[in-house]
Ligand binder design. Structure first.
Ligand SMILES: Cc1cc2nc3c(=O)[nH]c(=O)nc-3n(C[C@H](O)[C@H](O)[C@H](O)COP(=O)(O)O)c2cc1C
Length: 171
């Protein structure tokens, strides 16, 4: 697929087959995720790959989203503020999240390109997720990506017309 087709055809997938995802592929996805831009190239983001069924079950509870238990893999994209050595509060509070978010989009596109399905989940109890995964204070979970071989082909959701979102020169 060319890049435009990959971008346009990616969908949030929320139903997965039970087949395992090879670890080499998971490593490749995280490596590609980290090729996303980051503030000052400080790469203030980390990724937790969760395959253990009972941990996924607990994450599903923390998010109240059963897909996290059903997917064979959950990848948690986190900030890592210990790598932000400049940019002050804006760096710690905003750039770390942008670093993790940019990487997540790379991850979703790379997963789609490999035939995997995934969904970005932002709705979860942050403290509970932090506790379940034993995260240190300088790391914040930004999103939980449920990932696996797709068991559905979701319909194409609408996008707003360009005229509604594009502001040329000023708002
Ligand atoms: C910041 C953010 C938070 C999201 N949170 C959730 C979520 O908690 N649960 C969920 O099922 N989907 C979640 N999604 C996925 C969106 O629902 C989905 O991207 C949107 O409906 C567009 O569909 P598409 O990804 O197939 O284009 C989230 C997406 C983003 C970017």
């Amino acid at each position: 697929m060319d890049l435009s087709s990959t971008i346009r055809s990616r969908r949030s997938v929320r139903a997965f087959r039970n087949d395992p995802v090879p670890e080499a592929l998971l490593r490749e996805l995280v490596e590609l995720a980290n090729w996303a831009p980051s503030a000052g190239n400080l790469q203030a983001r980390d990724f937790i790959v969760v395959r253990d069924a009972s941990t996924r079950q607990r994450l599903a509870g923390a998010a109240d989203q059963t897909e996290l238990a059903q997917a064979p893999v959950v990848i948690v994209a986190c900030t890592n503020a210990s790598r932000i050595s400049k940019y002050g509060q804006r760096g710690r509070d905003l750039f770390t999240i942008q670093d993790a978010a940019a990487a997540t989009e790379n991850l979703l596109l790379a997963a789609h390109d490999r035939g995997l399905g995934a969904v970005w989940m932002g709705s979860f109890g942050e403290e509970e997720v932090r506790r379940i995964l034993g995260m240190p204070p300088h790391a914040r979970p930004v999103c939980l990506v449920a990932l696996g071989w797709p068991a559905e082909a979701p319909p194409i959701p609408e996008r707003l017309p360009l005229g509604q979102i594009l502001h040329l020169e000023h708002w």
